[in-house]
Design a protein around this ligand. Structure first.
Ligand SMILES: Cc1cc2nc3c(=O)[nH]c(=O)nc-3n(C[C@H](O)[C@H](O)[C@H](O)COP(=O)(O)O)c2cc1C
Length: 207
């Protein structure tokens, strides 16, 4: 069964985006049909241009389609990525989530298989609070949260049971190989769990 999976990520300076690509790769390796989507920018062009890393990342991902509500509706599984902002997800991702009221009211977000990942400037700057605060939204949706946990050897090494994350030193550092492998594992695990769920449903076992 081919799982339809969306990776929906906001990234200003590219650190979280590196994880998004690895997550997408992991999901594809499990046979999922993947849509990698960037969350719409809300910051003014002057702010972006004033930061060379932000400008460069924005130019680099220009050709990537922006996330639409239709992607959420389409997907059976969704992985959300965001940098930490004062220990919370970005306003850009929150704005995207705040537009889901119509889908929510129609029950179209129920049973989405979801997971989240992030990057932060420092090791203790709020990785876990950022990821877990997204779960508040997931609870309201009635989504099924699939964290990476310690469900593989790589997770024992990465130590990120809530979701892949790393300290980017404010956009100066890209993820190391362990973090990338952990992000690939998270993408693969979400795709596999969603496939199991869908297969159970179609065989009449799950309901
Ligand atoms: C307004 C603002 C608030 C931030 N708050 C935090 C924070 O609370 N903790 C932290 O470790 N890093 C914080 N950062 C740093 C970013 O989370 C970090 O550089 C992140 O890796 C950037 O991801 P990106 O390259 O995908 O945009 C903040 C950055 C900005 C601009």
């Amino acid at each position: 069964m081919t799982v339809k999976l969306a990776v929906i990520c906001y990234s200003a300076t590219g650190s979280t985006w590196a994880l998004a690509e690895a997550v997408a790769e992991g999901a594809e390796s499990a046979g999922a049909e993947v849509r990698l989507r960037r969350v719409r920018e809300l910051a003014p062009e002057e702010a972006i241009t004033s930061n060379p890393r932000w400008r460069a990342h924005r130019d680099r991902v220009q050709a990537i389609p922006e996330a639409e509500l239709a992607d959420l509706e389409w997907a059976e599984a969704v992985l959300f990525g965001t940098p930490t902002r004062y220990g919370l997800p970005t306003a850009q991702l929150k704005q995207f989530l705040d537009q889901t009221g119509g889908l929510w009211a129609q029950g179209k977000l129920v049973d989405k298989v979801v997971s989240a990942f992030c990057s932060a400037g420092t090791a203790h700057g709020g990785h876990e609070t950022t990821i877990t605060s997204l779960s508040h939204t997931f609870f309201h949706w009635g989504a099924i949260i699939v964290p990476p946990g310690y469900a593989s050897e790589i997770q024992m090494k990465a130590g990120t049971p809530y979701g892949a994350s790393y300290a980017s030193e404010n956009g100066k550092r890209l993820p190391d190989e362990t973090t990338l492998a952990s992000a690939r594992f998270q993408g693969r695990r979400v795709a596999e769990v969603a496939a199991d769920l869908l297969a159970g449903r179609s065989s009449g076992v799950a309901r």
